[in-house]
Design a protein around this ligand. Structure first.
Ligand code: PSU
Ligand code: MN
Length: 312
């Protein structure tokens, strides 16, 4: 019989994250697809660094996740962020891709789904991203539903985001999350956020404004043995939001272009984000960067509250 090796051999922590684990400090996971496929160079690498700095300034430790040389790396150096930000070979790694990326020694940037898996393996409960994947518009014919949603259904990590990306069908995304028992918490407003704009027009399940309340919710869910993730929706700050009508029209145009060019599968989301950036002369990118930084503040506060409560 062949024994299946344990997951620990695939995990490699940076010195900073290893020290934080040993000291029981709050840690916040960060994804890397947003670096490799979500934003252009050099803003991608600069944003990744600034997000890490925001988390440190708030008293938590950032752990950017990627696959490098056969290891799940938890915490990256500046040189490694540059590699992910510049390398055309970096694969977009979701749940199905993780074994391939590891076993073949490829450079892998982890999506929300894959980062949740890696965070859970590393014992990290809070993860900050821009916007989660979801049910794409036209999914009734394309079947394009992000693996992020299935991951939220099964993996016990809180995902702090600015809602679901506005390129998606947000109503169907919320229905899917409801079916799978994934709670959607909203911060500072009743409605679920819509990435570039603060208000999707759809209510979130519960409004919990303070990090302490959010932490209590998480502790309660997981103490009950209710496995799975929680979406924590933080609206983009009003000053940095895109005008709703403009983003709606441009999204329609980008979706039409994707359809006419036959863009499919994992290429859809990166294509749409890049087209929306071009069609807004970069203003959508500024808004994307602002919302990720804002999420980093909220995520760090949540990690601190969770650590304080679990010691209390
Ligand atoms: N948030 C961003 N930019 C991104 C993403 C999230 O601000 O690029 C990425 C995440 O990695 C997410 C992925 O998991 O988009 C969704 O891709 P798909 O729709 O193919 O599942
Ligand atoms: Mn997809």
């Amino acid at each position: 019989m062949t024994a299946i090796a344990s997951f620990e051999q695939f995990l490699a922590f940076s010195d900073e994250v290893a020290a934080a684990r040993a000291a029981g400090l709050p840690i916040v996971a960060l994804e890397s697809t947003i670096i490799s496929h979500g934003m252009p160079y050099p803003q991608n690498v600069q944003t990744a660094r600034e997000v890490q700095a925001i988390i440190r300034a708030a008293g938590a430790v950032p752990a950017t996740v990627a696959v490098l040389a056969g290891k799940i790396r938890i915490g990256l150096s500046d040189a490694e962020l540059e590699l992910l930000g510049q390398s055309p070979e970096a694969m977009k790694v979701s749940r199905r891709d993780l074994p391939y990326a590891l076993a073949s020694g490829k450079i892998g940037a982890t999506t929300v789904a894959a980062t949740m898996i890696c965070a859970e393996l590393a014992g990290i409960r809070v993860f900050v991203t821009g916007g989660i994947g979801g049910v794409h518009r036209g999914a009734e014919t394309s079947f394009d539903i992000s693996a992020d949603l299935q991951e939220l259904a099964r993996t016990s990590v809180a995902v702090v985001c600015a809602g679901a990306k506005s390129i998606l069908d947000i109503a169907l995304t919320l229905e899917y999350l409801e079916t799978h028992g994934v709670p959607v918490l909203s911060v500072g407003q009743d409605n679920f956020a819509a990435f570039y704009t603060p208000d999707s027009g759809h209510r979130a399940d519960f409004r919990l404004d303070s990090a302490a309340e959010q932490a209590r919710f998480l502790q309660t869910k997981w103490a009950l043995g209710l496995q799975g993730g929680v979406v924590i929706s933080v609206p983009v700050p009003a000053a940095e939001a895109m005008p709703g009508s403009e983003i709606a029209a441009i999204t329609e145009q980008a979706l039409a272009e994707a359809a006419s060019q036959g863009i499919q599968g994992k290429a859809v989301t990166p294509f749409l984000l890049a087209r929306i950036k071009a069609l807004t002369s970069g203003r959508s990118l500024a808004s994307n960067i602002a919302l990720v930084k804002n999420n980093a503040q909220a995520g760090a506060a949540l990690a601190l509250a969770l650590t304080a409560q679990s010691h209390g």
